[in-house]
Every structure is written in structure tokens, then in C-alpha cells.
Design a protein around this ligand. Structure first.
Ligand SMILES: Nc1ncnc2c1ncn2[C@@H]1O[C@H](COP(=O)(O)OP(=O)(O)OP(=O)(O)O)[C@@H](O)[C@H]1O
Length: 335
């Protein structure tokens, strides 16, 4: 982040605790709960701190129940924090001021805002009125979105008759029609096929480029995150456990690199195992995990000892790194 620009999102020690009222099953449970209600507290977000610069795209990752959606709902003002502060585009989200709402959008892949029985175009007109978008800007944005998202032919169809992918494209267009500067995207590609995921990614990339918008993106599809974000925030059990470069996250993994070999002669896994941990060996294509510090020496030995047609060294897939990161923390917690 450059120091000259004020952060577009500033989060300090943000916390959210949910009160959960417990009730035993059945009628008796209802009566008991009526007489004396048991309340349990869930610490969903436990003091998260970060800044986002204008135009920054950040991947917000973590396992199920880690606190991602809760954080995004606090930043968009739908939930009031139990502690800490957030400033978004200079506003305090919980106040939900009109000027604030015009600067942000929250897209939740699991929820829809379009009116089910009407064509998407009608919902767009409702949004134009709500956000007081001047006609000229509305038509310009519609032209732009129609082109980037290939919306031709689907805008006048009843929303309930659209495919999931078509609907999601319309949802995104509706959510961004007022050209917000800060985008909270919670699983925007969930359930979409690979082509549609790519279309959504391309749209977000293009929007970020054109409007220098700040984007926080959660996704279970690593491809979304690696395609769009260089910086990653990882949250686990309500705590921020990583904030940095995608590349640095990869280094946090096993400490190993993936060495891929293309052999001219098949080699036995037992023999390859002396050079590193064999991840796969289907005869001529081999993948080994080799400790980072030993990679160059062992790669040189592999080249000398085997008939190698090709050798590449890669960071392990980000999914593996995440699994390890959470696995390790779980061990620490349970151990
Ligand atoms: N309304 C609520 N009342 C009580 N507990 C809640 C409520 N909403 C979420 N939680 C709990 O808070 C924690 C964080 O949930 P949250 O939805 O923010 O996680 P998440 O990281 O978005 O998960 P996922 O990836 O599964 O969507 C979880 O333990 C969840 O069960």
C-alpha cells in the first residue's frame, strides 16, 4: 500500500460475537426455553486488523465457519461489530449512510437481489432509481456490462427462467450498476461451471481496472483467487493468520517444492524416493516433493542419474498449502 493514499478499507481489532439461544427439541424444550433461556456465545471474529489501498484486490480465505462472511457483513454495515472499528471509504459502515451505500456493494453468491418473476432489466431500473443513477451513466454502464458479460438476449427474460450462470451475471451487473468503489464479493462464482467462473473473473478484473475499485473476494475456488488477487488474507477461527503475498503463502507450506520430471525411461518409485517424497509416478511422468533448501542439489542429481526429458520446479498448489496451514493450526490447538 502506498502511504500517500488513504486506505479505502481500514479495519482495527474488529470483533463479532453472536448470541445463540439454545433450545432442547420438542414441546418440553420450548417450554423450558420459555422459562429459562440458555444462551451461548460464539466468537465469530476475534479482533481482525488490516488495511486495503484503493484499487487493491485481496483474496479472503479460510475454512468453513472461519468468519469471512461475518467480516464482510460488518464491513458493509449489515452487522454491527461487537468491538473494534472499521472505516470503509471514510465511512463507518454500521451507520449505513446513503453516501456510503453508493460507494460499496456486497455480492453473495448464495443470495439473490433480482426480482424472481420479472426480467433482470426491471431490477436494474429499480436500482437506477434507488441509487439515483443519471440516465446517461446508466445507459453507458449498461452498454459496458452487456458487452463484458455478454448479457444480450437475457436481460428481458424472467429471472426465474435464466440458468444459474446467466442469473449470476445479471446479479453482478445489478450489484455494480451504481459503479461502487469497494466490492465485497462473497463466493461470487459458487456453483458456476468453469466457463462461467472465468467470465465472472474477467468481469471483476475489468471492473477493477476501469474504476480502480477495491475488491475483497472470498471463494472456495482457488483459481478465482490466484487469477485475481496478489495479496491474501487468511482467517481461521475468527483470527487473521496470514496477510501477505500469494507467493509468500505458498512458501508457508511444507517448506517443499514440487519437482516435476518427464522421463524417457520409466523409473521405480523406490529409487526415486531417495531424491524426495514421490507424490505420483505414472511411468514417465513423476512428481516429487523436495525440501526447498535441497532442490538445486537434488535436481542436479536427478538430471545426472536419470534419463530426463524435462524437469520443472514449482511451488505446491495453493490448496495443499491451505490444507497444511489449517492442519498445522488444528494440531497446535488439539495438541
Ligand atoms: N447468525 C448467526 N448466529 C450465530 N452464529 C453464527 C451466525 N452466523 C454465523 N455464525 C457462526 O459464526 C462463525 C463464522 O461464520 P461465517 O459465516 O462468518 O464463516 P465463513 O468463514 O463465512 O464460513 P463459510 O466459508 O462456511 O461461509 C461460525 O462458527 C458460524 O457458525
Amino acid at each position: 500500500m502506498t502511504t500517500s493514499e488513504p486506505a479505502s478499507v481500514q479495519v482495527r481489532d474488529l470483533q463479532k460475537q453472536y448470541a445463540v439461544h439454545e433450545k432442547e427439541p420438542g414441546l418440553l424444550g420450548s417450554v423450558k426455553a420459555f422459562v429459562s433461556r440458555k444462551t451461548r456465545y460464539v466468537d465469530a471474529v476475534k479482533g481482525v486488523t488490516f488495511d486495503l489501498a484503493p484499487g487493491e484486490v485481496v483474496g479472503f480465505l479460510g475454512p468453513n465457519g472461519a468468519g469471512k462472511t461475518t467480516t464482510l457483513k460488518m464491513l458493509s454495515g449489515l452487522l454491527h461489530p461487537s468491538g473494534g472499528q472499521a472505516s470503509v471509504a471514510g465511512f463507518e459502515p454500521r451507520r449505513r449512510e446513503t453516501a456510503f451505500l453508493k460507494q460499496i456493494t456486497l455480492v453473495m453468491g448464495q443470495k439473490q437481489q433480482l426480482i424472481w418473476d420479472l426480467p433482470a432489466l426491471d431490477s436494474f431500473l429499480v436500482n437506477q432509481a434507488i441509487y439515483e443513477i443519471p440516465d446517461g451513466q446508466y445507459h453507458a454502464t449498461m452498454r459496458e456490462f452487456t458487452e463484458v458479460l455478454s448479457l444480450d438476449g437475457i436481460l428481458k427474460k424472467q429471472v426465474r427462467k435464466l440458468s444459474l450462470g446467466e442469473r449470476m451475471k445479471c446479479e453482478l451487473a445489478a450489484a455494480l450498476l451504481h459503479r461502487p468503489k469497494i466490492l465485497f464479493l462473497d463466493e461470487p462464482t459458487i456453483g458456476l461451471d468453469v466457463n462461467m467462473q472465468e467470465a465472472v473473473r474477467e468481469f471483476v478484473r475489468e471492473y477493477n481496472r476501469r474504476y480502480n475499485a477495491t475488491v475483497i473476494l472470498t471463494s472456495h475456488y482457488m483459481a478465482d483467487v490466484t487469477a485475481l488477487a496478489r495479496r491474501i488474507l487468511v482467517i481461521d477461527k475468527g483470527e487473521l493468520v496470514f496477510d501477505g503475498d500469494l507467493a509468500r503463502l505458498a512458501e508457508q507450506g511444507s517448506g517443499g517444492k514440487t519437482v516435476k520430471l518427464q522421463l524417457r525411461q520409466p523409473a521405480e518409485s523406490l529409487r526415486l524416493g531417495r531424491y524426495g517424497q514421490v507424490i505420483s509416478n505414472d511411468g514417465l511422468s513423476v512428481e516429487l516433493n523436495i525440501p526447498r533448501a535441497d532442490v538445486s542439489a537434488r535436481a542436479a542429481r536427478l538430471l545426472a542419474d536419470f534419463d530426463v526429458a524435462d524437469l520443472t520446479v514449482e511451488d505446491p498448489p495453493i490448496e495443499t498449502v491451505m490444507a497444511e496451514l489449517f492442519g498445522k493450526r488444528r494440531e497446535v490447538v488439539s495438541g
